[in-house]
Structure formats: structure tokens, C-alpha cells
Design a protein around this ligand. Structure first.
Ligand code: CUA
Length: 157
């Protein structure tokens, strides 16, 4: 049996499309030198953040040659630490929790975007390949100051 050339082309095109869709879902590539790698959750007591070794001192910590962890607290209507500073060519895992109500941690112009729920630690890993500035905004209505809830991530050269 002989498959017509055009049919083969369509088959190949369909395969490429399917693989592309799966890759997009799996890796969530967003361009602009940043890619989402991972996204998962963990639990915590929102009233005891002061006793949690990660969140008693919100900060960015170097954990490998090009690997960093950022421990971030969202609360009405701020993020700590702010700004968050990381070097270029780094892989950063953000661990974000809330001290009060539901917020989000969303890097403008990227798909680094996670809901921040009190009692849970959202974690999201991103690769920063080049110097950049990203605004951090809250996409979940959290009260009168919601629209002013902002932070910054600086990717430094
Ligand atoms: Cu925090 Cu809206």
C-alpha cells in the first residue's frame, strides 16, 4: 500500500502539532528568556510563619551553582521580600505562602502565575536567562488594596 505524499505531509504535520501541544502543556514555555519548569503545593500553618524556617525570614537563598530559592510571603497588600533579586542564567524556585487571605503571585508578561492560599505553600520554578525586570501582581481580589498589591523581580546581569 502506498500513502500519498500529501497525506504523509499531513500526518507529519499532525504529529508535530501534537508533540508541540504536549511540550507546551508540560513545559509551559513563555518566551522572553523565561520558562516555567514546575508547579506544586505543600501545607503550612499561616499563623506560625514566624516559626517556619523558610518564612520567618522571607528571602532569596542560593542553593546551587545557578539555583536559587525564594521564600515569599504575600499578605494584604504586599509581598516580602520586595524587590526579589536574582542573577541572570539562574533557575529560581519561588515558594509562596499567604499570611491572611487568598492572593496570587503573578509575574507580569510570563506564565509564572500561582494562586497563594493561606495554609498552602505554592511552589513554582522558573529559568531566567537574561537581565529583566518583572512586575509582580496579585490577580485574586483580596480587599481594598488589591489593585495596589505589587512587587518586583529583578534579574540582574
Ligand atoms: Cu492580594 Cu489581590
Amino acid at each position: 500500500m502506498k500513502i500519498h505524499t500529501y497525506e504523509k505531509l499531513w500526518l507529519v504535520a499532525a504529529m508535530v502539532l501534537i508533540v508541540g501541544i504536549i511540550a507546551t502543556i508540560t513545559y509551559g514555555t513563555v518566551g522572553l528568556g523565561i520558562a516555567m519548569v514546575d508547579d506544586q503545593e505543600d501545607t503550612i500553618s499561616p499563623n506560625d510563619l514566624g516559626e517556619d524556617e523558610r518564612f520567618s525570614d522571607p528571602r532569596v537563598e542560593q542553593v546551587g551553582e545557578n539555583e536559587y530559592e525564594a521564600y515569599v510571603i504575600a499578605q494584604t497588600f504586599t509581598y516580602q521580600p520586595n524587590p526579589i533579586e536574582v542573577p541572570e542564567n539562574s533557575e529560581v524556585t519561588f515558594y509562596v505562602t499567604s499570611r491572611d487571605v487568598i492572593h496570587s503571585f503573578s509575574l507580569v508578561g510570563t506564565n509564572v502565575n500561582t494562586m497563594v492560599v493561606p495554609g498552602e505553600v505554592a511552589s513554582i520554578t522558573a529559568e531566567f536567562d537574561e537581565p529583566a525586570e518583572y512586575g509582580v501582581v496579585c490577580n485574586e481580589y483580596c480587599g481594598s488594596g488589591h489593585h495596589d498589591m505589587e512587587g518586583m523581580v529583578y534579574v540582574l546581569p
